[in-house]
Write a protein that binds this ligand. Sequence first.
Ligand SMILES: [Zn+2]
Length: 108
Amino acid sequence: MKLCYFIGMPNLTKINPDSSTQISLTFDDGKEFKVPYLDLRFECPCATCVDEMTGKRTLRRDTLNPNVKPLRIEPVGRYGIAIAWSDGHSTGMYHFDRLYEIGQSLKN
Ligand SMILES: [Zn+2]
């Protein structure tokens, strides 16, 4: 029998909104992802953007301002960040493991 166990989620070590269009996220395994703000905004996991019952995204990408930017980025505990966006949306809390997933999905 094979045992699978959780070896710990990636830890975000550096957040750098280094351009007007994308953010750079560095993790403790050395990976660095450049994530466009629009993609990050679209991936907002809050109850307004995702239906809690079905897990389906209710936010439509074409309703977003393509020039959306973070105004404030704040740490949430040791596992996530909260982002206040220029479009007034600030209820989204991004877990490090979700940010890592988003970064990886954009790399390909
Ligand atoms: Zn949201």
